[in-house]
Unconditional design. Sequence first.
Length: 128
Amino acid sequence: MGDGRGEARGSGELHGAEPVDLGRLREVSGNDPDFVKTLIHIFLDNTEQCLDTLERALERSDLVQIRLQAHTIKGACSNAGARDLSALAETIENLTKEPGASFDPTLFRGLREEFQRVRGFLLELERS
């Protein structure tokens, strides 16, 4: 993945074609279909809010807030089984630890794009 400054991987390149590990999602939910739906909504709403906050922090170059939001997204994605999204958030989080950190906008765009891919997958899963 390089140094992460502009090499946000394309959809599914890190862990396969599906953006969510359904086994992980079922494990976290106790394989309860109703709870899966609840988790999907909570995950999508919270992650969208974190992405918005992260975007504003990037505009201000607020490294503390960037690190916090990226870390929050990484953890939520890991719990939900969205591995590629988690890895992208981790890349952003790690960049904040480097002296003189700067961010290529393509990295955040990649994060947003992967979130949209995850969102579509989860909403389709919910309908099925």
